[in-house]
Write a protein that binds this ligand. Structure first.
Ligand code: SF4
Ligand code: MG
Length: 320
C-alpha cells in the first residue's frame, strides 16, 4: 500500500545572522537529511532531546515552513513544491496539534468558533451545519456541546488539548502531527489524551507523526519509532525492537532514563553526559561522538550511514 506520508532526505537549514547588517555567518542544520514513511492507520514516534530538530521536521512535513531540500509525498503526491493553491486540498488532510494548549488557542474566540474555524476558512459548511458538526466533535473528544460558548481560559489543560484535537479533526484529516501533544499535561491526563488519540485512530484510520522527547510516552502510542539526534535519524525500527534490542548508543542512553516496570529486566544505567552540541556547527563525523561512550577515532571523521541491520531496523553507528 502507498504510505500516507513519505519523507525523503528532508533538510531544513536556517541562516544564522549577526550584526547590524544581519550578515549570514553560518547555517543551522536543524533537520539534516531525514527519511521515513507512515502508513494508513499507523503512528510513527519521532523522539529526541529538545533542539534535535523534531519540531522543525514536523513543520517542514506540513509545509508550515519550507524545506531546504528533500521531498515530502502525501498519499503518493509530491507536495514539496506545490504552490499554495494546489496545496490546499492536502492542507486539509494534514493537521497539527501543538504542545501548549494554553497558547495555541485564541483567547478571544469561543472554543466553538475555534473548533469550527477550519470549516469556515475552507468554506465547507454553512453556519448551522457548522454548529452541528462542531457539537458532534465536542462530544467525540469528551466535551459537552453546551461548552462551545465558553472561552479557552475556562478549561483545564487536558480539556484544552481535547479542543485542539477537535479542531484538528474538523476537516477530516488523514495525518495528524502531534508536537509534544501531552507533554504539558499531568501524567494521569496524559494517559486519557493518548487513549483518545488511539480510539480516534482506530475509528478513522488516522495516521500520526507523534513528536516527543519522552520515550515512555511514545512507547504506548507508536507502532514504529525514529530516534533523532542533532538533525539526523540515528535509529528507526518498530517499537518493540527499539525497546528490546536498541542498537544505537544514543537510544540506549535515552532508554536508561525510562523506568522499567518489570523488575526482572535489568537495564544498564547509562546517563547522558554533556549537552547536545550546537546544530550551527555540528561535530564532524558521527554527530553523537562528543557524548558517546564507545566513540573511536574513526567516529570523529566519518559519519555512519543509516543501515538496515535487520528487517525494518535501521541504525546509524559504525559499531553495528
Ligand atoms: Fe558512538 Fe561511533 Fe557509533 Fe557514533 S558511530 S554512535 S560515536 S560508536
Ligand atoms: Mg520542539
Amino acid at each position: 500500500a502507498t504510505p500516507i506520508l513519505e519523507v525523503k532526505d528532508l533538510k531544513k537549514h536556517f541562516p544564522v545572522r549577526k550584526g547590524l547588517l544581519r550578515r549570514t555567518v553560518g547555517q543551522v542544520h536543524a533537520v539534516d537529511g531525514i527519511s521515513f514513511s507512515i502508513g494508513e492507520g499507523e503512528t510513527l514516534g519521532l523522539v529526541g532531546e529538545s533542539g534535535c530538530g523534531k519540531s522543525t521536521a514536523g513543520r517542514a512535513v506540513l509545509r508550515l515552513i519550507e524545506p531546504t531540500a528533500g521531498s515530502v509525498r502525501m498519499a503518493g503526491q509530491d507536495i514539496t513544491h506545490l504552490p499554495k493553491k494546489a496545496l490546499r486540498p492536502y492542507r486539509r488532510q494534514m493537521q497539527i496539534v501543538f504542545q501548549d494548549p494554553f497558547s495555541s488557542l485564541n483567547p478571544r474566540m469561543t472554543v466553538g468558533d475555534i473548533v469550527g474555524e477550519p470549516l469556515f476558512v475552507h468554506g465547507l459548511a454553512k453556519a448551522r451545519e457548522r454548529r452541528e458538526q462542531v457539537a458532534a466533535l465536542f462530544e467525540r473528544v469528551g466535551l459537552r456541546p453546551a461548552q462551545m460558548a465558553n472561552y479557552p481560559h475556562q478549561f483545564s489543560g487536558g480539556q484544552r488539548q481535547r479542543i485542539g484535537i477537535a479542531r484538528a479533526l474538523a476537516l477530516g484529516p488523514k495525518l495528524i502531527v502531534g508536537d509534544e501533544p501531552v507533554s504539558a499535561l499531568d501524567v494521569s491526563i496524559q494517559a486519557q489524551v493518548i487513549n483518545l488519540l488511539q480510539d480516534l485512530q482506530r475509528e478513522r484510520r488516522l495516521s500520526y507523526l507523534f513528536i516527543s522527547h519522552n520515550l515512555a510516552v511514545v512507547e504506548h502510542i507508536s507502532h514504529r519509532i525514529a530516534v533523532m539526534y542533532l538533525g539526523r535519524i540515528v535509529e528507526y525500527a518498530d517499537t518493540r525492537s527499539i525497546f528490546v534490542r536498541p542498537q544505537h548508543p544514543y537510544t540506549e542512553a535515552l532508554l536508561s532514563a525510562v523506568p522499567v516496570p518489570d523488575p526482572t529486566v535489568k537495564r544498564q544505567k547509562r546517563i547522558l553526559e554533556g549537552d547536545v552540541p550546537s546544530p550551527v556547527n555540528p561535530p564532524a563525523g558521527c554527530h553523537f561522538h562528543t557524548r558517546c561512550p564507545y566513540a573511536k577515532a574513526h567516529c570523529k571523521v566519518e559519519a555512519p550511514p543509516l543501515r538496515e541491520i535487520a528487517p525494518g531496523h535501521h541504525v546509524s553507528c559504525h559499531l553495528r
